[in-house]
Design a protein around this ligand. Sequence first.
Ligand code: C2E
Ligand code: CA
Ligand code: CA
Ligand code: CA
Length: 275
Amino acid sequence: AKADGRGTYRFFETGMDARAQARRLLEMDLRAALLRDEFEAYYQPIRDVASGRVVAFEALLRWNHPQRGLIAPINFIPVAEETGLIVQLGEFVLRSACSDAATWPDDVDVAVNLSPVQFKSPNLIASVTDALAASGLAARRLELEITESVLLQNSEATLTTLHELRAMGVRISLDDFGTGYSSLSYLRSFPFDKIKIDRSFVSELATREDSMAIIRAVTGLGRSLGIVTTAEGVENDAQLELLRREGCTQAQGYLFSKPRPASDVALMLNRPRLR
Ligand code: C2E
Ligand code: CA
Ligand code: CA
Ligand code: CA
């Protein structure tokens, strides 16, 4: 917006108004983008550390904006959550991920991020059921990633939903592990299939003793509890080697590939590294 009138001038005067205005514009833009089909699921490979095989892809949302180009989720997911539009966006990602994954080899899974807002929506179970049915994807090939903030609401309803999803055969991952407040207690509240170790620990692996100790503790915990551990944000061979030594199950990061469009999945499956 340009300062071309009195109303607009006032809008620049107070930060709150400016933010509210920007948020309203973004919300309108998001609604239009949903109608115009400007969203796309990108995919990033997740490799088994021991064998090097691609075991899954994580679906990561992108916005192909006609003027602004490719927009990363950090720039629109918060507003989509505030406005509830994340429910529709989330359904789009679920449907895309399931139908794309149905064309991949049978031993390659797909992981989809779920917002806490989606979790509160009464449609969640139905939209997962619909996405699986429409695509024909086996439920065991779908992983849903949730963050601790979902469990923070720690309602019976949340746990019931998690158990319902699990009963359908879908797997549940705890994302961004180690960044919240009381991670360990969450492992007791629900039997997660996978822990994703946050990138911040991996990036400091070589330089900070305490990050190394935390990774060692989490992979050990995973082993004792029978939970798969996935390290996020692996960018170099030194990090991969340390993770291998600690017995981390899976690794994901720019070392292997950045997230890419569905049309690049075959390429990502066939090449150990793609940059
Ligand atoms: P996340 O779930 O923790 O996803 C991992 C993020 O780390 C992705 O950022 C990915 O591109 C980035 N990443 C992967 N490997 C590396 C690496 O080696 N180095 C660095 N520096 N970064 C790496 P992205 O795609 O921008 O997504 C950011 C966040 O947005 C995600 O974090 C997730 O919380 C959210 N998000 C993305 N797609 C969706 C979606 O479909 N639904 C919901 N609810 N949230 C989503
Ligand atoms: Ca994730
Ligand atoms: Ca994560
Ligand atoms: Ca993260």
